[in-house]
Design a protein around this ligand. Structure first.
Ligand SMILES: [Fe+2]
Ligand SMILES: [Fe+2]
Length: 322
């Protein structure tokens, strides 16, 4: 976007709002600001060593390794790519906020790793993430679109990543939360999920504005591209899910959850769902994990620095739906 008009570098004026949703999103995102360092992850150490099998711990580590890659992509390339197409300065400011929170998300997995694993194990996780064929395929496929795609294609890529691809990873902590296990780790994930829910809605909304300006033929072409991309990503995600979850026997449940979230991604983009799967098809333990209220109601005040950083509301279905 152009910052210079008639030779002047234009100051951002929040008293002149072009689109109310920019302001509303800024307010929501700043209200729900959080940091990984404020969640007592070490409270899960006993469960980690005492209740989870070595195989389960390995799956948790890998899914979080995968999520680290995707949040790194969002923080380093995704939001920068979207920001280049921002239609006003407030949208740029919102994307700045999102970009920083993506760095918080990416870092929070390292906080989890640091608490639960030894150094050599952590190195193994990153080595796995940096070389896993299916994980690398999706990260590179999405990044290609960020680098070479049109403004609308980039928004589709971002929404597919955040509302669809993340969920093969989110499944595991939500499953444990549904069983009342690893609650503090799940708290981190739910804070991430709550952010992603706003990001997906906001970027999906920006997509719809542009999409509605296209003529019918252009819309048809873009829809064809979008559904092809979704299929391609889903096919890869099937392989990724088998690789991660076959050992635990969770694959089919994860795939149902993925299809349900793929439909949500399409809804964010104002498009028709592709898969028949609805909320009622998802493993109720996972849905239960999503709707469980926060484990640490007062963790912000518990840090003892004398001021309340922000009210962290519990995650509820409504947040998840937006
Ligand atoms: Fe994120
Ligand atoms: Fe995001």
């Amino acid at each position: 976007m152009r910052h210079i008009q008639d030779g002047s570098y234009v100051a951002i004026n929040w008293n002149h709002i072009e689109d109310e949703l920019d302001k509303a999103t800024w307010e929501k995102l700043t209200q729900q600001f959080w940091l990984d360092t404020r969640i007592p992850i070490s409270n899960d150490l006993r469960t980690w060593h005492g209740e989870l099998s070595a195989q389960e711990r390995d799956v948790v580590n890998r899914v979080f390794g995968g999520l680290t890659t995707l949040d790194t992509l969002q923080s380093q390339d995704g939001m920068a790519a979207l920001r280049a197409d921002a239609v006003n300065q407030k949208e740029e400011a919102v994307l700045n906020n999102i970009q920083f929170m993506e760095s918080v998300h990416a870092k929070s997995y390292s906080s989890i790793f640091e608490t639960l694993n030894y150094k050599a194990e952590i190195e193994e996780i990153f080595d796995w993430a940096n070389h896993d064929k299916f994980l690398q395929f999706k990260a590179n496929r999405i990044n290609d679109i960020y680098q070479k795609g049109t403004s609308l294609q980039k928004k589709v890529a971002s929404v597919f990543l955040e509302t669809f691809l993340f969920y093969s990873g989110f499944y595991t902590p939500l499953y444990y939360l549904g069983h009342n296990l690893m609650n503090n780790v799940a708290e981190v994930i739910k804070l991430i999920l709550r952010d992603e829910s706003v990001h997906g809605t906001y970027i999906g909304y920006k997509f719809q504005i542009g999409f509605n300006r296209l003529d019918e033929e252009q819309q048809g072409k873009l829809q064809e591209w979008m559904y092809d991309l979704l299929y391609e990503l889903y096919e890869n995600e099937e392989k990724y899910t088998h690789e991660l979850y076959d050992g635990l026997g969770w694959t089919e449940d994860v795939l149902t959850f993925l299809r349900y979230n793929a439909n949500k991604a399409l809804m964010n983009l104002g498009q028709e769902p592709l898969f028949p799967d609805g909320a009622e098809d998802v493993n109720p333990v996972v849905m239960n994990g999503i709707s469980t209220s926060t484990a640490n109601h007062d963790f912000f005040s518990a840090v003892g620095n004398g001021y309340l950083l922000g009210e962290v509301e519990s995650m509820n279905d409504e947040d998840y739906q937006i």
